[in-house]
Design a binder for this molecule. Structure first.
Ligand code: ADP
Ligand code: MN
Length: 515
């Protein structure tokens, strides 16, 4: 597709026929623009002349901006505005062509490719500008605003006596304005104005500023539109690149689609690729992408902040790294569970905030959550006993409390229950570990009691059965109070001895330490 022609004559085959219609040298089209770089440039020319002659007026040049850009009749070269716009379009076109060449070179014959599309100059006059135009006056936030606006009054001087500053200081002011152009968005190429000793009048500067701003907004909007139209809109470009790399390396065969979009993560299904020397890739994989937008993670602080395994690192980390830590935590916890023989996804690989694990389900169909499946009373009973067992194993062998255990995070597959979603799981000695366990117990108890499992323990019995503690309170409030007292005791122990009690249970289970 890349028959990149340089500059002049034939419009290149690039982004399709739109170019041909809009090419300044080609078929005419009617586009109106309200302000452009070129418009401003010609005004500047006028301003310079005017400076020489000490003539106050800003003549009609501005008016050139109004009216159609190019029509069939007016392709003449007498307008500075038009010439400048033509040049600008040529510049942009060459820039895009070069970009496409580089894109092609980088991608080569690769199975998957990287797109430079977002770096393209979406040309100012390419789109219907009517809806894109920003009303400058109405925008409250002006990112380019100078600290102190400098204006030279009409009368031509400011100050008194020997401090008088005449409008000739527009030279100084002009240089200042040129320097201020550096504050424009990086995509807005201002050239070496300082090197050329360019002096921009306030009016010219303001117009340029306005242009830079609306350009930025317009371009962002256009790119955004494209962004949202892609299939994997759930992930950002960086994540997409990570996923592509996994496919490109052969580790994954294909990523088929999205299984779930939650608040904190997006889960994809993929077919596994080739095994490496040290890894067997399951035939089907689940890819959990932890979202890199932070909003949803704010209320999760409490899980990780007080987890001593991550404590030292937590304070020093930036938000992006904290999100990676969630992924890391899920990986570690899954590994512990795997080692204890608890049915759960098997970790394949962790890359930044992307965790690849074995897929629970078959032929792209994920196993149903316990809340979505109707089990026979026999299976229901079986599931209950299995979960009771798993909770004990999790607590005693893995030294973990799930902390988000419910019918939403248990899948029914192959006639048994699988535990998933353990990024928030903590050790029982976490300052709120026992509270989390109690909440898990409540969820499980309620689910199975409602589900008609007669022998299902109530939440307090279940808590004791899992933890090996013997809290005797016979009502929820007192029970909760005892739990909190235990947690407090543990914290005090940490304060006094600098380390945690290895376990709450008194029956002498050996503690199991982190890998
Ligand atoms: P969260 O609830 O934090 O968004 P989960 O780990 O619970 O993340 O995953 C969301 C959903 O994705 C699950 O409810 C389940 O349907 C599906 N899912 C997650 N991991 C797997 C897996 N290994 N195999 C099959 N489905 C999975
Ligand atoms: Mn979940």
């Amino acid at each position: 597709m890349d028959s990149v022609g340089v500059a002049a004559a034939a419009p290149d085959a690039g982004p399709g026929p739109a170019w041909q219609n809009k090419c300044p040298w080609g078929a005419p089209s009617t586009t109106s623009i309200s302000c452009s770089l070129a418009d401003v440039m010609s005004e500047q020319l006028a301003k310079e002349l005017q400076l020489e002659e000490e003539n106050a007026a800003f003549p009609e040049v501005v008016a050139a901006a109004e009216g159609p850009f190019i029509t069939g009749e007016n392709i003449d070269t007498s307008s500075d505005l038009m010439l400048a716009q033509m040049l600008q379009m040529e510049f942009d076109r060459e820039y895009d062509a070069q970009l496409r060449r580089e894109e092609k070179k980088i991608n080569g014959d690769s199975k998957v490719s990287i797109s430079f599309e977002n770096y393209r100059k979406v040309h100012p006059y390419d789109s219907d500008s009517s809806e894109d135009e920003v009303d400058w006056q109405d925008t409250r936030h002006d990112p380019y605003r100078a600290d102190k606006p400098t204006t030279t009054p009409r009368r031509g001087f400011i100050g008194k006596g020997k401090d008088i500053t005449t409008k000739h200081d527009e030279v100084v002011c002009g240089r200042k304005n040129t320097a201020r152009m550096e504050n424009f968005a990086p995509e807005f190429q201002v050239g070496d104005g300082i090197g050329m000793d360019l002096k921009l009048s306030n009016q010219v500067f303001n117009a340029l500023k306005q242009h830079a701003y609306s350009e930025e907004r317009r371009s962002a909007r256009l790119h955004e539109k494209k962004e949202h139209s892609t299939a994997e809109k759930a992930v950002d470009p960086k994540t997409r690149l990570l996923l592509y790399k996994m496919v490109n390396s052969g580790m994954l065969e294909t990523i088929t689609g999205c299984i779930s979009t939650g608040k904190e993560s997006v889960v994809f299904h993929a077919y596994g690729g080739n095994a490496t020397e040290d890894k067997v890739i399951p035939p089907e994989c689940a890819i959990k992408v932890f979202k890199t937008t932070l909003n949803e993670f704010k209320n999760r602080d409490k899980y990780i902040k007080d987890d001593y395994r991550f404590k030292d690192r937590f304070s020093k980390l930036n938000p992006r790294k904290i999100i990676r830590m969630w992924a890391e935590k899920e990986m570690h916890n899954l590994t512990r569970m795997q080692n204890a023989g608890i049915p759960c996804p098997q970790v394949v690989i962790l890359k930044k905030h992307v965790l690849v694990m074995s897929f629970i389900g078959q032929d792209q169909v994920p196993a149903p959550k316990l809340k979505d499946v109707t089990l026979s009373s026999e299976d229901m009973k079986k599931a209950y006993h299995q979960i009771l067992n798993m909770m004990q194993q999790l607590y005693r062998e893995c030294n973990l409390v799930h902390a988000d255990l419910s019918e939403y995070n248990m899948l029914w597959h192959d006639g048994k229950v699988w535990l998933i979603d353990v990024s928030q799981s903590v050790e029982p000695t976490h300052p709120h570990g026992l509270e989390f366990l109690f909440r898990d117990c409540r969820n499980v108890s309620q689910f199975f009691q409602k589900g008609g499992v007669a022998e299902a323990l109530n939440e307090r019995e279940l808590f004791n059965a899992v933890s090996g503690l013997n809290i005797t309170a016979d009502n929820e409030v007192d029970f909760q109070a005892e739990i909190e007292a235990l947690e407090k005791m543990n914290e005090d122990h940490v304060q006094n001895h600098g380390k945690k009690l290895s376990t709450f249970s008194s029956d002498g289970d050996p503690p199991i330490y982190d890998e």
